[in-house]
Design a protein around this ligand. Structure first.
Ligand SMILES: Cc1cc2nc3c(=O)[nH]c(=O)nc-3n(C[C@H](O)[C@H](O)[C@H](O)COP(=O)(O)O)c2cc1C
Length: 213
């Protein structure tokens, strides 16, 4: 069937003001756990959208690697397209596309580099091959060929043989996103979907509103 003309009616799950946690970070943690329990592929994948200093937008998928009561963390290359955009303009959107659950969450906020110690810990936790790849790749820059990239990895394997410690490149690290809005979306029948949006208030409390679908 042609997906462009399909009209899938979404299910019976609902989203009630009385049932969501008044702390949206706690609510988010519950939704992420539900996506994990549902065994969605890459439940921590999110679309990270940035706008550079000229306001030019761009989006890409990134994995959420850290979550606590106040923020979201992901790792990347600070010199990449997204990294440079965020350093020029920290405004960011994170979109979690949990389509099989007829859910999405959209976070907006500001992204800042974490401390080097936080990035070191994420780097140390990566498999050796991923650490070498991080060292080999000037993310978002053109390269002549796949062979040239693989050659760089081979050279690094010789430079860091066996279990030799691999230093974290200065350009690789974590961003921490402090949210100012978090919207929970649940698909409902006949496109009358539920949307609950939290907005942070100056004192740090959250205001909850229902948005029209
Ligand atoms: C499922 C998936 C997970 C990804 N996870 C990451 C990630 O955690 N960090 C990252 O830098 N890129 C990740 N990527 C690659 C990015 O989508 C993107 O190609 C890369 O970061 C360069 O983006 P940029 O040139 O816009 O900066 C992932 C891609 C996919 C499809």
């Amino acid at each position: 069937m042609n997906s462009l003309s399909r009209h899938t009616d979404y299910g019976s799950a609902s989203l009630e003001e009385s049932a969501v946690d008044p702390d949206p970070m706690a609510e988010f943690a519950g939704w992420l756990a539900a996506a994990e329990d549902a065994e969605l592929y890459e439940p921590n994948a999110m679309i990270v959208s940035t706008a550079d200093g000229d306001g030019r937008p761009s989006s890409r998928t990134v994995l959420l690697k850290g979550l606590d009561a106040s923020g979201f963390e992901f790792v990347t290359n600070y010199a990449s397209h997204k990294g440079r955009a965020l350093l020029a303009n920290p405004g960011v959107s994170l979109l979690f596309p949990w389509y099989p659950m007829q859910r999405q969450v959209i976070v907006t906020g500001a992204a800042h580099r974490t401390s080097p110690e936080v990035s070191d810990a994420y780097f140390a936790a990566r498999p050796r091959g991923s650490r070498l790849a991080a060292l080999a790749s000037e993310q978002s820059q053109p390269i002549d060929s796949r062979a040239a990239l693989e050659q760089r990895v081979r050279e690094l394997e010789l430079r860091f043989p066996g279990d030799a410690p691999i230093p974290r490149p200065d350009t690789w690290g974590a961003f921490r996103v402090i949210p100012d809005h978090i919207e929970f979306w649940q698909g409902r029948t006949s496109r009358l979907h539920d949307r609950l949006r939290f907005t942070v208030l100056p004192g740090g409390d959250w205001r909850l509103e229902r948005l029209q679908p």
